[in-house]
Design a protein around this ligand. Structure first.
Ligand SMILES: *[C@@H]1O[C@H](CO)[C@@H](O)[C@H](O)[C@H]1NC(C)=O
Ligand SMILES: *[C@@H]1O[C@H](CO)[C@@H](O)[C@H](O)[C@H]1NC(C)=O
Ligand SMILES: *[C@@H]1O[C@H](CO)[C@@H](O)[C@H](O)[C@H]1NC(C)=O
Ligand SMILES: *[C@@H]1O[C@H](CO)[C@@H](O)[C@H](O)[C@H]1NC(C)=O
Length: 367
């Protein structure tokens, strides 16, 4: 029954289509021409308006080497103050200049033709007569490094290697100018050396080189990464007559070993003192040495409550030519004492004491 009905309907539809009005071939033709014209216009405009990118294909792709190239490097002008109104800086081309803010004058101290500065650090002496250059820089922790140092003479372009007495090609742990003339201090094998001027003989200020885990004037791992947050742990008085420095002794601190997988088939181990909760922490002492006249060293004595107890020195700063502000911190780090120390006697007087409820601040690292 259903099948019959469907058959009938189909028959009727077929009949209807063959009976329709004659097709308007002209109209269809015009419509087609219009469609073609519009389409070709679209194609033409796409072709005309697409930028020519063939030259981009000819260029090479970005590579890792490109990222190392100067074009992609951020330029660090390494600006430092030379005096109240003068700064030293390095340009992108590698010149070292001094710039006077009062007279608006620029002077070239070191031309890029004499040295390639891209792999070096530099520091200009207070009298602007010499430039200390660090090269062969080998990083240690986040800021620390060892390097070879040379002294460049601005007047005649001479270069002089900086080496400890009776040593050649020594890798120093640090070197820097003092605030006066061209006085200089450097650290080699954990000991501090002082030179009154570039031409004078180096004077050894400390001698703990028999104890490899004692360092003078520089931070160990703990002080560099968690206490002072700087590598330098010595401070010149403003007149250059005294140098304050920390002696950090890790003889009783346990060590950490970190394998280095760099070069060679087997890793090498980097060993350094690393205190953990409950273990010994580095012991620290603050000294001040007189630089003018015979070297004379005095210990700055911690306040009574900190003697014979584990503690840190978390700040040292000169407040006059003979006085220092020093902060001692107990091991738990819930008590700190700010003292003023007399560099001439070693006596420190408490100026401000702070205690903190440890439960309210759990940022302490090495309980
Ligand atoms: C040195 O500086 C000049 C411009 O003062 C520059 O053209 C040249 O490329 C620089 N040389 C180096 C090695 O950077
Ligand atoms: C400093 O010198 C620069 C160019 O050498 C100039 O553009 C600027 O105006 C000067 N500034 C002053 C304060 O004289
Ligand atoms: C370093 O500490 C050890 C004990 O931990 C001590 O025997 C040694 O004398 C100290 N060295 C210095 C230079 O203070
Ligand atoms: C510091 O912490 C220690 C250990 O938790 C506690 O015994 C001491 O009372 C605290 N001192 C201060 C001043 O809060």
């Amino acid at each position: 029954m259903i099948a019959t009905t469907q058959q009938n309907m189909t028959t009727e539809l077929d009949l209807g289509s063959s009976d329709g009005p004659p097709r308007n071939w002209k109209g269809i033709g015009i419509a087609l021409v219009v469609i073609m014209a519009v389409m070709s216009l679209v194609i033409l405009s796409v072709v005309l308006l697409t930028p020519d990118e063939r030259h981009l294909l000819l260029r090479s792709h970005l590579t890792m080497e490109d990222l190392e190239s100067p074009e992609f490097k951020v330029h660090d002008p390494c600006v430092s103050w030379l005096s109240e109104s003068e700064v030293a800086l390095c340009t992108r081309e590698g010149h070292v200049l001094s710039f006077s803010l009062s007279s608006n004058l620029t002077t070239t101290l070191l031309d890029n033709s004499s040295l390639d500065l891209t792999v070096t650090k530099f520091q200009v002496s207070a009298d602007k007569r010499f430039i200390l250059l660090a090269y062969n820089i080998q990083p240690v922790f986040s800021q620390s490094f060892t390097a070879s140092f040379a002294i460049y003479n601005v007047a005649n372009g001479d270069q002089l290697e900086l080496n400890p007495p009776e040593r050649e090609k020594a890798a120093l742990q640090y070197a820097s100018w003092g605030p006066q003339g061209n006085q200089l201090a450097y650290v080699f094998n954990g000991d501090i050396y002082y030179m009154q001027s570039v031409t004078s003989k180096a004077l050894r200020l400390t001698s703990t080189d028999q104890e490899p885990r004692v360092v003078n004037g520089l931070s160990d791992w703990t002080y560099e990464e968690e206490v002072l947050l700087t590598y330098v742990a010595h401070w010149w008085s403003m007149d250059g007559a005294r140098l304050a420095y920390l002696t950090i002794n890790n003889s009783a601190t346990p060590v950490m070993e970190i394998p280095h997988f760099l070069g060679g088939i087997y890793p090498t181990n980097m060993v350094f003192s690393y205190p953990k909760a409950g273990s010994n922490i580095p012991s620290v002492t603050l000294f001040v040495v007189n630089l003018y006249g015979p070297a004379h060293t005095l210990e700055m004595l911690p306040p009574d409550s900190f003697r014979a107890r584990d503690s840190y020195i978390s700040m040292v700063t000169w407040i006059s030519s003979t006085r220092l502000a020093v902060r001692w911190l107990n091991r738990v780090q819930n008590q700190s004492v700010l003292c003023v120390c007399e560099a001439t006697t070693g006596a420190c007087s408490e100026k401000h004491k702070m205690a903190m409820d440890i439960m309210q601040n759990r940022r302490q690292v090495r309980l």
